[in-house]
Design a protein around this ligand. Structure first.
Ligand code: R5P
Length: 304
């Protein structure tokens, strides 16, 4: 594998533990200002330092993310439909490789809609995108989209993931399901699991834990983080599973503890950082962000 490609993938999937925590904020590309992501700048700022990479569109990257960030960007390059349109699966590639390079994308993401009316178009687009991106050493993350009419069981997801990998996707994003091991086992490239609709925090932590246990490298989570009452506490709890090998109970305790804290209440009080788990990468103390002087990309004042 070429150095550039390998280096970009290493920014997304930590080569030391083969784990990944991606924060998904690309939902606006077909949902518009979806609940609790109305203002991406405010949502992203306090969470940025806790994710390994950020999945987003070029519009949000340029308008809402400080360019001084060191977090790798996974750039969504497909779109063309909206939630009120006729068919969500009618997507095309909407961003050129040149623009992705200007944005210093660490990976390009696009959806395929296996079993839908536009299956052919989206799968061919994936093959072409891989061909184009490969010339510049940029990996492609294929999103196996699901919809009302598309299944979400191991049989369907195995089919969709394998097709994505066969087209050359370097990473495949899919959903957790019963018998998830089958999906992971039959996909020759790393699989990352989407969070899906908002569910109770403990359940989302369980989904994270089970996904990794089932063979995923980690999660690409959106709504279950920023639609939580306590997004920072939630991403830190998820991180403790992905990078700290916490079990569900321990992560949920961490969530409850962090969400009940109010840093800044006592002036000068040290923030209560949970003890790192021995012999593991420190889950609670990820990459420090460069302080840009703007709202909070540096040391975000946690609002929890
Ligand atoms: C779908 O719109 C996007 O690809 C999301 O990035 C993906 O569904 C992950 O976000 P969530 O955890 O909210 O499902």
């Amino acid at each position: 594998m070429d150095w550039g490609l390998q280096n970009r993938i290493a920014g997304i999937i930590n080569p030391q533990n083969n784990r990944a925590l991606m924060l998904a904020v690309d939902h606006g590309y077909f949902l518009g200002p979806t609940e609790k992501l109305e203002n991406p700048t405010k949502v992203i700022a306090p969470l940025l330092k806790y994710c390994d990479s950020l999945m987003l569109t070029r519009g949000v990257q340029r308008a809402c993310v400080p360019a001084a960030t060191r977090t790798p960007m996974v750039l969504r390059v497909s779109g063309g439909s909206s939630i009120i349109g006729e068919d969500l699966s009618q997507e095309d590639i909407t961003v050129s490789i040149q623009d992705a390079l200007r944005l210093n994308a660490s990976a390009l993401a696009m959806s395929i809609f296996v079993g839908s009316k536009y299956e052919h178009q989206t799968i061919v687009n994936l093959g072409k995108l891989v061909g184009d991106a490969q010339q510049y050493g940029i990996p492609v993350l294929a999103v196996t989209a699901v919809g009302k009419e598309l299944g979400k069981d191991a049989r369907y997801l195995s089919l969709a993931c394998r097709i994505a990998a066969e087209q050359g996707a370097h990473i495949v994003k899919t959903y957790y399901c019963e018998n998830f091991e089958k999906v992971a086992d039959s996909c020759p490239v790393p699989i990352i699991v989407a969070g899906g609709k908002k569910i109770p925090e403990r359940d989302a932590l369980e989904l994270t834990y089970n996904s990794i246990k089932g063979g995923a490298v980690g999660v690409d989570m959106g709504r279950n983080i920023w639609q939580s009452e306590h997004p920072v506490a939630m991403i830190r709890a998820v991180r403790s599973i992905v990078h700290g090998n916490s079990d569900v109970e321990r992560a949920y305790e961490m969530y409850k503890k962090l969400s009940s804290e109010r840093p800044g209440k006592r002036p000068g009080a040290k923030p209560n950082i949970p003890r790192p788990i021995p012999n593991t990468p420190d889950p609670g103390n990820p990459r420090p962000e460069i302080n840009t002087g703007s709202t909070s990309a540096g040391s975000p004042p946690d609002t929890i």
